[in-house]
Design a protein around this ligand. Structure first.
Ligand code: GLA
Length: 675
């Protein structure tokens, strides 16, 4: 076996062979002599895709209606001559000062009704017709000029739509919100019913009385809040569509925008966005406010693959080292950038790009890392970039291979919006934390999962995991129930099934929509104070949440040994139809949670589980002739494994036992068994 397998054209359809390796580039921040050096170094690093013109508006249209494309022409030509594909930004992400000066009414307002001013970025209201008109004029001009330019391989609409301006509370947004509501509910009475406005004298007589959920003295109507999230996500999606429509009317180049599947941004329901992308692209930055940031990276990568419906996707941005927007911005350790990059590839990315190419010396992001750092090419970051570029080239044969799993994991932005609202049983319960904890326990047992939307078709899966799915429609809940009835296995965790899509409680016992399938009924919740825990009969411990649960057919597998619910079931297992549903009524400690999930995985017969050592991720990508097993070592020691094959990283054959170095990655190519 050798290292020279043929590279396949990237299924991303970007005209590149193999994997994409690229970056954001902001040439407008530099003189032209720097451009030439940049392109030379890009070639040295193996860069084959460069995103430009992301923040180009004030350069291209310095005054209203006056377009200057010369510099953009020049940089596009330079990149093309050097064999580098252009990921062309439409440039609309941040309006130029002339526009906000001319039309201050397009500035966004936050929930207290105050305006957010220009001077940063994304200072525009998503519903502003004035902003849209000017942005579309720019898009039309840009597409007219570059719509069939052979250098351009991808259209990059705006940038991280909704990163800062997702929720706007101005009067223009209020009017658009009313239009959205009227389209959804048709009659004002239907809205009153859905929002439960009989409560606290909130009944609306006409549409014009409805406002966005601006700051109130007391708790705000939760259904209003929820619909405002939905509206706001749809509003920016509509904005994406408007740009995409112009592009697609005169260009056949694929269109995308960069998602932010991340722990700190929750405002876009990407399940609704993803089908509109020609390529799903994500931006991901390690978040050091989380306890183990690289696990959230894996979740984000898996969720992006889910959004891409299993097809390869593009990591549009991540960082070579530190960012500049967290409280303390940690430089990456040697090898960490490679490990992060290859984790994205392991989980389905067919390309890895960075923000940004050359570190800025002016402006807010001057302390953000880049491929070419302030210290220049005689630096660890640069050497690692060149090393990664060479490896990405060698990994070309991996392009197009896919990650398979027979474990579905339900994730919902709508449930996130609804769960994290005020006036709930415990302020300590956060949807994403529950999602992450459950995902991390699966990671710990070596289970690869496919992240799916509520209501997704579960055919072909053996197990579905449903963490704290507080909000779920009857029909989406029924998909889980039917799956179990037909022989599937489910793990459902506490505070699931409680409300319908309008945030209306299902009375008659929790977990509402999942009562029948779990064979239990809970009367009341008993949240646990932070740092407290309750011992369980099976040796585990419970924290955060408990509930007064009655068995209605399920068997109890663990009970509380102390606290107000001594003897009550904490973990249950129910045979339902031909399948089995387990219910976790509490937040189990990480070991007990992993054990419970392991039991569920084994019993379901799911095969997407790899033998792992703690801290080592093993993920398999399957191609037509080969499988590629990624062995990612997050620990401080070298780890032995028995995954045999040819390691594309060290370029050696692993006959029986391999060793993945501390902090390192191996990508073991295995010939597929032919049956
Ligand atoms: C986002 C943006 C980039 C840059 C990076 C910094 O991803 O898209 O323009 O600001 O953050 O981390």
């Amino acid at each position: 076996m050798n290292s020279t397998e043929a590279h396949r054209p990237s299924p991303l359809g970007l005209g590149t062979d193999g994997l994409v390796f690229g970056c954001d580039y902001n040439p407008e921040q530099w003189g032209k002599e720097v451009w030439r050096e940049d392109v030379r170094l890009m070639r040295e690093a193996g860069v084959n895709l460069v995103a430009i013109n992301i923040f180009g508006w004030s350069h291209i249209e310095p005054r209203r209606g006056e377009f200057h494309f010369d510099d953009l022409d020049e940089i596009i030509a330079l990149l093309h001559e050097n064999g580098i594909g252009v990921n062309l930004g439409t440039g609309t992400s941040s309006p130029p000062p002339w526009l906000t000066t001319l039309h201050p009414e397009m500035l966004p307002q936050v929930s207290d009704g105050t305006t957010r001013w220009p001077g940063g970025r994304q200072a525009w209201c998503p519903s502003s017709p004035v902003f849209r008109e000017h942005a579309m004029t720019l898009v039309r001009a840009t597409v007219k000029r570059y719509g069939s330019n052979p250098a351009v391989v991808l259209w990059h609409v705006s940038n991280e739509l909704g990163c800062h301006n997702a929720l706007c509370y101005c009067d223009v947004s209020a009017a658009a919100f009313r239009v959205w509501l009227e389209r959804h509910y048709t009659s004002i009475e239907a809205l009153n019913e859905a929002w439960g406005t009989a409560f606290w004298s909130q009944h609306y007589a006409q549409w014009s009385e409805i406002l966005p959920p601006r700051d109130t003295l007391s708790f705000i109507n939760p259904s209003q809040q929820l619909d405002f999230f939905r509206f706001s996500s749809d509003e920016l999606l509509d904005y994406f569509r408007a740009e995409a429509e112009i592009i697609r009317s005169s260009s056949t180049i694929p269109v995308t925008t960069n998602f932010m599947v991340t722990a700190h941004i929750k405002t876009q329901d990407y399940w609704r966005w993803a089908p509109e992308m020609d390529i799903v692209a994500n931006d991901h930055y390690l978040d050091h406010r989380l306890s183990v940031p690289h696990r959230e990276l894996s979740f984000s990568a898996d969720a992006t693959r889910g959004l891409a419906d299993g097809k390869p996707w593009l990591l549009m941005e991540h960082s070579t080292s530190a960012v500049n927007w967290q409280p303390r911005n940690r430089a990456k350790a040697p090898g960490e950038m490679m490990r992060n990059s290859l984790t994205h590839v392991a989980r389905g990315a067919d390309g890895v790009c960075f923000f940004q190419w050359r570190a800025s010396v002016k402006g807010t992001e001057k302390f953000h890392s880049a491929m070419l750092p302030h210290s220049g090419t005689d630096s660890r970051v640069w050497r690692e970039v060149v090393e990664l570029g060479a490896l990405m080239h060698r990994l070309g044969e991996v392009a197009g291979s896919v990650v398979r799993s027979d474990i579905a994991f339900v994730f919902s932005w709508e449930a996130w919006w609804a769960t994290d609202q005020e006036a709930h049983p415990s302020t300590d319960l956060h949807y994403l934390e529950q999602v992450h904890q459950t995902y991390e326990a699966l990671l710990a047992i070596g289970a690869t999962v496919t992240i799916v939307a509520p209501g997704a078709d579960l055919t072909g899966y053996r197990l579905v995991v449903v963490p704290s799915l507080y909000l779920v429609s009857d029909s989406d809940a029924r998909v889980v129930t039917d799956f179990v009835a037909n022989g599937g296995h489910a793990v459902i965790t506490f505070f699931s099934g409680i409300v319908d899509e309008h945030d209306e409680v299902r009375p008659g016992g929790y977990p509402g929509a999942f009562r029948a399938v779990t064979g239990i009924s809970s009367e009341e919740f008993y949240p646990i104070a932070p740092h407290d825990s309750v011992a369980l009969s099976d040796g585990g411990t419970a924290s955060l949440w408990t509930e007064l649960l009655h068995l209605e057919g399920a068997e109890s597998t663990a009970t509380y040994l102390e606290g107000p619910l001594i003897g009550v079931s904490a973990v249950t297992r129910n045979v339902f139809g031909k399948g089995v549903a387990r219910y976790l009524a509490t937040s189990l400690d990480s070991i007990a949670l992993a054990e419970e999930l392991h039991r569920a995985v084994s019993e379901s017969g799911a095969v997407a589980v790899a033998p792992v050592t703690a801290g080592v991720e093993v993920v398999r990508r399957s191609g037509a002739e080969h499988d590629y097993v990624f062995v990612i070592n997050h620990t401080n020691s070298d780890v032995e494994h028995s995954i045999a094959g040819y390691d594309l990283v060290t370029e050696i054959d692993i006959v029986t036992r391999g060793v993945v170095a501390s902090g390192g990655v191996q990508i073991v190519r295995q010939k597929k068994e032919t049956s």
